[in-house]
Design a protein around this ligand. Structure first.
Ligand SMILES: *[C@@H]1O[C@H](CO)[C@@H](O)[C@H](O)[C@H]1NC(C)=O
Ligand SMILES: *[C@@H]1O[C@H](CO)[C@@H](O)[C@H](O)[C@H]1NC(C)=O
Ligand SMILES: *[C@@H]1O[C@H](CO)[C@@H](O)[C@H](O)[C@H]1NC(C)=O
Ligand SMILES: *[C@@H]1O[C@H](CO)[C@@H](O)[C@H](O)[C@H]1NC(C)=O
Ligand SMILES: *[C@@H]1O[C@H](CO)[C@@H](O)[C@H](O)[C@H]1NC(C)=O
Ligand SMILES: *[C@@H]1O[C@H](CO)[C@@H](O)[C@H](O)[C@H]1NC(C)=O
Ligand SMILES: *[C@@H]1O[C@H](CO)[C@@H](O)[C@H](O)[C@H]1NC(C)=O
Ligand SMILES: *[C@@H]1O[C@H](CO)[C@@H](O)[C@H](O)[C@H]1NC(C)=O
Ligand SMILES: *[C@@H]1O[C@H](CO)[C@@H](O)[C@H](O)[C@H]1NC(C)=O
Length: 396
């Protein structure tokens, strides 16, 4: 079956969108018995579900040639919408990822109040209590190596102004998971910020020495700064230095996630009484001049010495959120494709790391950062676009 997909429904945005219209071929059957859609290429195989347009399994061979499933998810698609914790596993949070202070923002002098779903109503997290990753997207194209999901988010949903239409495309090429997200504001100016909220454990939770990711090394070569937050992780407008050798220094050299676990500064670094990481690091390439995000080096590298698996993340986005799973407490299950016989099949504290390519969080409430063009989109503006490539290797 051949399906023409034109990523436009509004005449006003047609010219901006012409470049995204494409012809895709549906050549594969529907989902498997667990409700998952498979795509693959040499060295990589992934399973995806319509709920939140989420990645649910990602298989990479380790340095011994053993397949590891290196992302969190559930064993079947139907469990995602009944799981009481809803940790946004592998999903696309939307229409505005991360937190919105006081669940309000102002556009052209009009103040909007959106669904306040966190901290007892003090703020909005990931687009509200029925944000994009609580909804089933539509599969509009599926081939052996690519899948495209779409969603139409109506005017007024969760309190956001205007309709947004979005297409999320995942494509596998050799050893690489490619992501392209496009979103169109069709009727009114509205905030848009998307991301991929994937939880990683590059050992597939099968490292006999540790169920955690504390021995993974992380390198953020362009991230000498981060966004300052209050104790419920709401940006306070400040931009902070990640001084060399401080707990947030991942730029001067690769560092184990657990290297500074006992440093006093790490306490409270991920919110009130939380020891670890939940920070938006800036990706600052100012000194590089014009650059091509595909070829001018990764924004992040994560590697595990046990499995030998490494991922280099290339992206066009200007911030990079890291959550070190300090809030996990052994209540979330791992999948049947993960873990080790004889060990609890759960995610322990620090068992994973979430890495989110995105823009500067809550920039809609910080006009002084001057990022409106990357955070507020109207029908006459260019489409919102996020691109990333996750390139895998296994060190022998
Ligand atoms: C779809 O099939 C046509 C004809 O076989 C081909 O030219 C085109 O490249 C295919 N598109 C994709 C995205 O694979
Ligand atoms: C892992 O290696 C095996 C044996 O070579 C191969 O059949 C399999 O497709 C590989 N897995 C992935 C995800 O590439
Ligand atoms: C789906 O997965 C969940 C979580 O692993 C499990 O509790 C449930 O029994 C599964 N349901 C089916 C129909 O397999
Ligand atoms: C999403 O689809 C799954 C089947 O894959 C279904 O079990 C679930 O009820 C749907 N959830 C919503 C919120 O529509
Ligand atoms: C906080 O939200 C309320 C509406 O719930 C609004 O009246 C108030 O102006 C907002 N405060 C700030 C500082 O934006
Ligand atoms: C693993 O991490 C722990 C805690 O950070 C550290 O004490 C230990 O030396 C690390 N082990 C290896 C093999 O790097
Ligand atoms: C954090 O760990 C690194 C690597 O072991 C070390 O060089 C640095 O001094 C530590 N920083 C603090 C504040 O403990
Ligand atoms: C802070 O965290 C510790 C350890 O997780 C816990 O025992 C303690 O009750 C917490 N304190 C508060 C005030 O929440
Ligand atoms: C563990 O975390 C979950 C999700 O945040 C929470 O619902 C649960 O109460 C916690 N359990 C314990 C024993 O702290």
């Amino acid at each position: 079956m051949k399906v023409s997909v034109f990523l436009s429904i509004a005449a006003a945005t047609t010219s901006a969108l012409a470049q995204y219209s494409t012809t895709l071929n549906n050549t594969t059957p529907g989902p498997d018995q667990d409700g998952k859609y498979e795509i693959s290429a040499e060295g990589i195989r992934g399973l995806f579900i319509p709920y939140g347009a989420s990645v649910s399994n990602l298989f990479i061979n380790d340095s011994q040639g053993i397949e590891r499933d290196i992302v969190l998810g559930f064993d079947n698609a139907s469990y995602y919408s009944v799981d009481p914790q809803h940790p946004h596993l592998g999903s696309v949070p939307g229409r505005y990822a991360n937190r919105i202070k006081n669940s309000t923002f102002t556009i052209d002098g009009v103040q909007y109040k959106v669904n306040a779903n966190e901290n007892g109503g003090l703020d909005t997290l990931h687009g509200g209590s029925d944000g994009w990753d609580y909804r089933n997207f539509t599969v509009v194209a599926h081939t052996t190596d690519s899948i495209t999901f779409s969603i139409v988010d109506p005017d007024g949903k969760e309190g956001f102004p205007g309709e947004v239409v979005s297409y999320i495309t995942y494509t596998m090429t050799k050893n690489t998971w490619n992501i392209k997200m496009v979103a169109l504001s069709t009727t009114k100016k509205t905030p848009i910020m998307l991301s991929s909220h994937t939880y990683w454990n590059l050992d597939g939770f099968a490292n006999p020495d540790t169920p955690t990711a504390l021995n993974h090394t992380l390198h953020l070569p362009h991230s000498g700064q981060r966004i300052g937050v209050d104790n419920i992780l709401i940006p306070d407008g400040t931009i902070l230095p990640n001084a060399r050798y401080s707990v947030n220094d991942f730029w001067s050299s690769p560092k184990e996630l657990g290297a500074n676990l006992t440093a006093p500064e790490l306490k409270g670094n991920c919110g009130f009484n939380c020891t670890g990481y939940d920070n938006a690091y800036l990706v600052n390439r100012g000194q590089d001049g014009p650059y091509d995000w595909r070829t001018s080096g990764p924004v992040a590298t994560l590697a595990s010495p046990w499995s030998g698996i490494q991922v280099d993340i290339f992206s066009d986005q200007d911030a990079f959120q890291v959550y070190g799973c300090g809030g996990q407490n052994g209540s979330l299950p791992i999948k049947s494709t993960q873990g080790l016989d004889g060990r609890n099949r759960v995610v322990e504290q620090y068992g994973c790391i979430v890495m989110e390519v995105e823009d500067w969080i809550d920039a809609i409430n910080h006009p002084e950062w001057q990022r409106e063009k990357k955070n507020i989109f109207g029908p006459r503006d260019p489409a919102y676009v996020l691109e990333a490539a996750y390139v895998f290797s296994a060190n022998k």
